[in-house]
Ligand binder design. Structure first.
Ligand SMILES: Cc1cc2nc3c(=O)[nH]c(=O)nc-3n(C[C@H](O)[C@H](O)[C@H](O)COP(=O)(O)O)c2cc1C
Length: 228
């Protein structure tokens, strides 16, 4: 590709997009001792920004996995739970991401909270959630989403949109609204136990704050400051 392939309107030219971040800084002395407590503080800020309409889907995170040859792939999923043990999302166990995790459980999560000049980046290890935990969450989902989990062979190639819609309609006839939908065996959660958690706060002149928690063998967490 050459420069002449695109001649963008200056208003939408990515090279000209530059925002100054005015936010207050992130200081070591203000950090919680445990990264999940610090995450909880920042998640509440993001969720509050979402209530005011300045940020969408605060629980959306970019999940990156790698295949056996080390080739990475990324996609957005919704974080559905977090606690001191880590982060949980739900997906199809036959999907590309789940197949990659079966061979290589190392994973990266990224919360892109651009609207509040923050991002959180997690690296860690993914393990499947227990079936009871999966079932409890599955039952809390709307009926249509429960059927969707059965209808979609996620990441496989479809012959057409009609194929997907026809499968959904068959399932809707078999399990009408009000009838309990069984938990699909190919569907469930992953819990990510963090090994590092970086909190990034945008500052003026690109002199951002980056504080990274690193898990120690004895279970404690060290914090290091990274150059922006
Ligand atoms: C905002 C948003 C939220 C999403 N949430 C989920 C989710 O929670 N679980 C999921 O499996 N896919 C979710 N998806 C779809 C994934 O991005 C992706 O298309 C799908 O999981 C298949 O990924 P894979 O083929 O790389 O495994 C979401 C997509 C978007 C844009």
């Amino acid at each position: 590709m050459t420069d002449s392939d695109f001649s963008p309107d200056p208003l939408v030219d990515p090279a000209a997009m530059r925002k100054q971040y005015q936010a207050a800084g992130l200081d070591e002395k203000d950090l919680a001792a445990h990264p999940m407590d610090q995450f909880s503080r920042w998640f509440e800020d993001a969720a509050r920004a979402a209530l005011h309409g300045t940020l969408y889907e605060p629980n959306a995170m970019v999940v990156s996995t790698a295949d056996a040859a080390g080739r990475p792939s990324s996609r957005t999923v919704l974080m559905k739970h977090y606690d001191t043990d880590g982060f949980v999302f739900y997906t199809n166990y036959d999907s590309r991401k789940a197949r990659e995790l079966a061979g290589n459980p190392y994973i990266s999560l990224l919360f892109p909270w651009h609207a509040i000049a923050r991002q959180v980046i997690v690296t860690g290890v993914a393990r499947r959630t227990g079936r009871d935990e999966t079932a409890a969450y599955f039952r809390s989902r709307p009926h249509g989403s429960q059927l969707g989990a059965w209808a979609s062979a996620q990441s496989s190639v479809l012959s057409s949109r009609d194929e997907l819609d026809a499968t959904y309609e068959e399932l809707d006839a078999r399990y009408p609204e009000g009838e309990q939908v069984p938990v699909p065996p190919h569907w469930g959660g992953f819990r990510i136990a963090p090994e590092t958690v970086e909190f990034w706060q945008g500052r003026e002149s690109r002199l951002h704050d980056r504080l990274r928690y690193v898990a120690q063998p004895d279970g404690a967490w060290d914090v290091e400051r990274l150059s922006p």
